[in-house]
Design a protein around this ligand. Structure first.
Ligand code: F6P
Length: 548
């Protein structure tokens, strides 16, 4: 990247001056002075309609943000990603999740290998396997067909699969049961397996590295569970692996013909449409899975070719930068008004925060501006009856993405209109609020007026689509991926590494033997950690009233 450091880019400096002029503008006034605002500040692509008019921006803000994107070499960086350059500098890797959803006819040669051909070879193996399981042709050790699928993985090897399964449950085979085990807390595994018949259960051990302690611990315990019921030989018919590491898969005892591979150029949080999506394909079938891939690819092409001014991921990414760096908003809420998308916020948490929670630039220089915001959320309307209070009247401004659909997959009475009215109403309430005069005019007693004032001027994006389909889900996830990319490019950071998660893992590995050894060893940590470990040891040994 040859762009100037962020603070030296002319558009950034102009934005700083511009902010002084516009920071006190209110969305009430912006709408009052421009009757067409809601028709102008919107964009549409691949079935997604984005209304960004309720952001605290003027036409000049947007002009400068697009200029900033150009000065940040967003187009060049995007093209480098699509070409397979090693954008993940700290791990010296290409970043090619976009290749996972390229059509079969496409070619993309990276380091002398056509990666699209590789991708489709794995997709074909996944398809054959999924059809065999779904048709009942794949038999378990005792000759029974598979009825239960348990994905064992964590992070990107769990959140994508579980989010996609929940999101596309409507399209899934209802006679198959899907469970997702991620936490090393045994409760996760034990509760997932409690009512399953081992003879009808297939485990998918999903781990890019096949070295993640949580996943390997769960997978070992799952194997023991199966072996105790059906014998060790049963593993061959009840365990498959998804990984980039064939050596470790073999060491675990899963044959290579039961392994579905992917590559180091797929980041864990960008892997749900790789073989990591095997559980998704088993649930919805290869054809619908293909629709999902098409949706991803369509948004990729939009990102690659649409002018910035009409480019959904670019617009959303730039607004996120504006909200983070100029309005100083530390968090973003994502509220899908669709029960099927209830795990989307958790999925987006990893995508956004593992990608853009970085403190140095690609060159390793400490940044002197805030980077990635904290993402969180909840399916609507539940959040409205708990934390929305703070979003409406708290002292922290929380920009919110509200995601709605015109049609329900479960039309029932007036439910859907009630649900969707809330999408629009929340955006209105957050933008325009309620003035003291309006509160007073309702006959509110003077001493209560201030409590009921809603200051408004709180930014939202509204994403509206017709119906939640596999294709739409692909486009929606790709939209967020490329928005994350846009933000990371402006900030000049490596959005594709995750070194921050390492230290905790290493320290836990040192502490494990101190908790589990038969005799208590000397402790040489800080005084707080020593005291916690000592107390843990004491409590662990003490008898309890439940007789454990
Ligand atoms: O600890 C973070 C992380 O490395 C994520 O980036 C990744 O998605 C997750 O762990 C799981 O890793 P793996 O798929 O290698 O088990």
């Amino acid at each position: 990247m040859t762009a100037l450091p962020l603070r030296q880019r002319p558009a950034w400096m102009s934005l700083i001056r511009h902010f002084e002029e516009v920071h006190s503008l209110h969305l009430r006034d912006l709408f009052a002075s421009d009757a067409t605002r809601g028709l102008r500040l919107r964009a549409q692509a691949e079935g997604l309609y984005l209304d960004y008019s309720k952001n605290r921006v003027t036409d000049e803000t947007l002009r400068l943000l697009f200029e900033l994107a150009r000065e940040s070499e967003l187009a060049e960086q995007r093209d480098r990603m699509f070409r397979g350059d090693h954008l993940n500098v700290s791990e010296d890797r290409a970043v090619l999740h976009v290749a996972l959803r390229m059509p079969k006819e496409a070619t993309l040669v990276v380091d002398g290998v056509d990666v699209v051909e590789q991708v489709h070879r794995v997709l074909e193996r996944m398809t054959t396997f999924a059809l065999a399981v779904r048709s009942g042709e794949w038999k378990g050790h005792t000759g029974k067909s598979i009825k239960n699928v348990v994905n064992v993985g964590i992070g990107g090897s769990d959140l994508g699969p579980v989010m996609a399964y929940e999101a596309l449950r409507h399209y899934s085979r209802r006679d198959l049961t899907f469970r997702f085990v991620s936490n090393v807390d045994a409760t996760d595994l034990v509760e997932a397996l409690r009512d399953l018949d081992a003879a009808e259960t297939l485990f998918i051990v999903s781990s890019k590295t096949f070295g993640t302690l949580e996943t390997l611990t769960n997978a070992q315990s799952a194997r023991q569970w199966l072996s105790e019921r059906l014998g060790e030989d049963a593993v061959a018919k009840h365990f498959v692996a998804v990984s980039t590491n064939d050596v470790k898969v073999r060491d675990f005892g899963i044959a290579i013909e039961n392994m579905f591979g992917f590559w180091d150029w797929v980041g864990g949080r960008y892997s749900m449409e790789s073989a990591i999506g095997l559980s998704t394909m088993l649930a919805i079938g290869p054809e619908q899975f293909n629709q999902l891939l098409e949706g991803f690819h369509a948004m990729d092409e939009h990102f690659r070719s649409a002018p910035f001014e009409q480019n959904l991921p670019v617009i959303m990414g730039l607004l996120a930068v504006w909200n983070r760096n100029f309005l100083d908003c530390p968090t973003v809420g994502v509220m899908p008004y669709d029960q099927y998308l209830r795990r989307l916020p958790a999925y987006l948490q990893q995508l956004t925060m593992e990608s853009n929670g970085k403190h140095v630039t690609i060159a390793g220089v400490e940044v002197d501006y805030p980077t990635g915001a904290t993402y969180w959320g909840e399916a609507g309307t539940n959040g409205q009856h708990s934390f929305y209070q703070l979003i409406h009247q708290g002292t922290t401004i929380v920009p919110v993405d509200l995601i709605g659909f015109a049609k329900s997959l479960n039309p029932l009475g007036g439910h859907h209109d009630i649900l969707t009215s809330n999408v629009f109403a929340q955006a209105q309430a957050l933008a325009f609020g309620k003035t003291a005069e309006e509160v007073r005019a309702e006959g509110t007693a003077d001493q209560i007026v201030a409590h009921r004032v809603m200051t408004g001027n709180r930014p939202t994006n509204v994403l509206l689509a017709e119906l939640l389909t596999p294709r739409l889900l692909g486009s929606l996830v790709a939209l967020y991926e490329h928005s994350v990319f846009t933000q990371g490019t402006i900030w000049g950071i490596d959005s594709f590494d995750q070194w921050g998660v390492e230290l905790g893992k290493v320290l836990a590995t040192q502490i494990i033997p101190e908790l589990s050894a038969a005799t208590d060893s000397e402790l040489a940590h800080d005084s707080s950690t020593n005291a916690l470990i000592a107390l843990y040891r004491t409590l662990k040994k003490a008898g309890d009233t439940y007789g454990h």
